[in-house]
Design a protein around this ligand. Sequence first.
Ligand code: SAM
Length: 443
Amino acid sequence: MDLTPEEIETLNAYGPYNHAVWRGRGVTVSQEEGLTGRAEFLAALVRKVLQRSFTEAEMADMTLADVGCYDGWLLEQLADLPFKRLVGIEPRERNIEKGKAIRHVLGLQSRVEYRTGSIEALGTERFDVVICMGLLHHLECIGDALRSLKAICRRTLVLETQCLSSEHLTPEFVRELEPKDIAYFGKSQLVGLSGHKFESSYYHGSAIRSSIVTIPTISTIEMFLQQLNFTNIEILVPPSSYWKGGSVSRPTKLCCVVADCGDQKDDNRDHFAQVRDYEVGLMNMLLPERTADLLYNRFVGRPSRRPTFAERVIIGYATGPSWLTAPLLKLIARRWPNGFHLEIIKNLRYAPVDKAALELAKVRFAEGDFAGCIKTAKSIIGHINADWRATYRALLLLALANNRIGNESAARRYIDLARISNPDLPPELFDIHNSIFSLKPPG
Ligand SMILES: C[S@@+](CC[C@H](N)C(=O)[O-])C[C@H]1O[C@@H](n2cnc3c(N)ncnc32)[C@H](O)[C@@H]1O
């Protein structure tokens, strides 16, 4: 049935229908222009992911929300799936009206509930599935946005966003970023990059207020999802131009991700466990006595014997430019028992005397030479500008050694000082009577 001239005028007034391919009464209403093909591609992809993840019986007991739903086209495409409720959340009343107008003119029935709301104020209702397409790159802060989505998501989040190519993550960029926090210990060097640009609220598909928006790389998204305890993070479509084929070509790349919401606990749930494992691993990893002794004497300027080849590499790395010795260090580290050995050696370059003294003090403790341990550990904390990490570890060691020789008041004092030095350590590290450090000589 042909549309009347008045209906066409009305649709043009409500348009553009640029994130949709509305069909009805023998016409297709769609002005995707530079995104031609995107809407239908996404609808098919989301449907596939939902059908792969949930049975129809499960869906019948589930709710689904689309945040930044625009005119609701995507939701209407999914409305035949047996979800209990489908809810579209959109800050612009006009976009919701845009959808109503086209459905009215094309005679399309809808069971979707629409409400005004923004990602910054989503309310407290939670949904089993949350979809958020084409919105993240219109926002200032991706972390805050994902946190808000997680807060209303019970099971699965499906995201689509504009993405920068990972090509921009060059080795030079990664080097400048210095990803060497303990959060990276034993893990891959996942880093992200984001671009920023001004964006006004002029266009109905853009930011709701004029702001500086953030365009992430896919690894930025992965990092935030990991940090927020999302699990089973799957890149459904890597950054690509999956709408290609239209007459207008755009350099923009989009990507699509699905993840399980995990639990609702705090972002930093694993922080204490990570610090504990790291500190215990470092404390329990003992260098061979000859090496610890050689390094300490070498760094205080009293060379004791000729170093072996491996020891020369270690000394070179600790005192010279790393580009020269880093490859050799990597090579000899292959024979070391675990990553903590390498971590100790790599950290020697920051305050070598204090770091080497700590290693020697640990060895003395493991040998049962508590007086030797105390003497060496005190050499760290007994001078001005001592290295902070070596200090709090030496204080813990001093507390343990004094406890072993029955000097409880000294042990208590050193534990108190260790708490002052690094109060954020997990509490169990300060328990000298049931110490979780084993400090045994290598078998
Ligand atoms: C590019 S459109 C994407 C529309 C649709 N989800 C899609 O993928 O085709 C971005 C949508 O997000 C909405 N939006 C903008 N800022 C928002 C915010 N802070 N919270 C929620 N939605 C927002 C816009 O009004 C618009 O409907």
